[in-house]
Design a protein around this ligand. Structure first.
Ligand SMILES: Cc1ncc(COP(=O)(O)O)c(C=O)c1O
Length: 393
């Protein structure tokens, strides 16, 4: 049977190729230190697991959920935004419950754009932004994120035509893959730019909980007037180590939220109610676990950066997320360097070009193994002949 043209034209899934390469190396019995993935390594906190167990004992959770999620979860999302960011959210009209934010990010272009419309995407960026582009048959232009601008887009670089035709823009801070963060001033500038040009904004706050050196990442909705033109997507995957549970939400502009909900009314009957009750517990109950995760990532970050410095690799410490964005030595591309690390040091990393054209020249290293393994990974790299030669040149 012939697949639809849309499916035939899909490019290979970047992460699938990476997982396959790493898996093949592990299958050969090699001791691979896998720093390539973005899957939190710690379990979900036990009070959240218990909340799921209790909920699943109640037969009410065996029934269909209300289409737009249980009211307790929408209220918990609104209360979370008030408590954490002092942002007012109406639980009835300004929250969309999502099967993880990947779903929302892929749905949004279909929900608010027409085929042939234009959107702006950060480059480098989370690869599934492109899935949204392809599913909705829209065009995109990239916003380059470069070190010189602290990995923030420079809106002044866009042509008049680009500004006029763009209808939707994605942003993501703390940023995957660069680890950069944004401040309130940048989000205020973004709101002004978006209003001036009639562009809707979706801020992906997947790493919202993970900021280092005591700095709490800023929510886009804290910017004055942000809700007039935009939404924010928040996932429980990273904040509470719940990646496999598939639960997140979008909050903000009521029209954009309604658009997401309309698509979801047709496609799903919302999440398993027991998962929604566990998500309520995660958002409402004691938040000490979040602080502990952040401290763990910060320690790992420091170990990794110190180890890199020791072998003469000049790298910047990320300000947030659980990723580090490391420049490749001269003479290598992201891919050739990543391949060499896997082949010769048994260290798997994500080549930066998989995140976009402006990711070339970098690799992404996740802070998702313990400190000892991170240190060992860098030591292995430091011992490679080619690496010693390159960093000393
Ligand atoms: C930047 C970014 N956005 C969104 C997601 C999707 O997360 P989820 O679908 O688990 O909510 C991820 C996952 O890795 C991510 O890195």
């Amino acid at each position: 049977m012939e697949l639809s043209k849309k499916l035939q034209n899909l490019p290979p899934q970047f992460f699938a190729t990476l997982v396959q390469k790493t898996g093949a190396a592990v299958a050969q019995g090699r001791d691979i230190i896998n720093l390539g993935q973005g899957n939190p390594d710690q379990p979900t906190p036990s009070h959240i697991v218990k909340a799921l167990q209790t909920a699943v004992e109640n037969p009410v959770t065996h029934k269909y959920s209300p289409f737009r999620g249980i009211s307790e979860l929408r209220e918990a999302a609104a209360a979370f935004y008030k408590r954490e960011y002092n942002v007012d959210i109406d639980p009835n009209t300004e929250v969309a419950v999502l099967f993880g934010t990947k779903t929302g990010l892929v749905e949004l272009p279909m929900a608010v754009l027409n085929p042939g419309d234009w959107m702006l995407l950060p480059d480098p960026g989370y690869p599934d932004y492109m899935s949204g582009v392809m599913m909705a048959d829209v065009n995109y232009e990239t916003l380059p994120l470069i070190a010189k601008n602290n990995f923030l887009p420079n809106y002044n670089m866009l042509s008049k035509e680009s500004k006029e035709r763009a209808k939707l823009m994605y942003l993501n801070y703390p940023n995957n893959p660069t680890g950069a963060t944004a401040d309130l001033e940048f989000f205020n500038e973004t709101v002004a730019f978006a209003k001036e040009n009639g562009i809707a904004v979706s801020h992906d706050f997947a790493y919202g909980a993970i900021g280092f050196e005591g700095i709490k990442p800023v929510s886009f909705l804290q910017a004055e007037g942000a809700k007039d033109i935009g939404i924010e997507m928040y996932t429980l995957s990273k904040t509470y180590n719940m990646a496999g549970w598939r639960v997140g939400f979008a909050v903000g502009n009521a029209q954009m939220i309604e658009a997401l909900n309309l698509i979801q009314d047709r496609m799903f009957v919302s999440l398993f109610p027991a998962v929604q009750h566990a998500a309520v517990a995660a958002l409402n109950d004691n938040q000490t676990c979040v602080q502990e995760f952040v401290e763990r990532y910060e320690k790992r970050r420091n170990v990794l950066i110190d180890a890199c410095n020791r072998i003469g690799w000049q790298v910047e410490a990320p300000q947030g997320s659980f990723f580090t964005w490391l420049p490749v030595p001269t003479g290598y591309t992201s891919q050739s360097f990543a391949d060499k690390l896997l082949d010769e040091a048994n260290v798997a990393v994500a080549p930066g070009n998989g995140f976009g054209e402006y990711g070339e020249g970098y690799i992404r290293v996740g802070l998702l193994v313990d400190e000892q393994r991170l240190e060992e990974a860098v030591e292995r790299i430091g011992k490679l002949e080619f690496f010693k030669k390159e960093v000393n040149e």
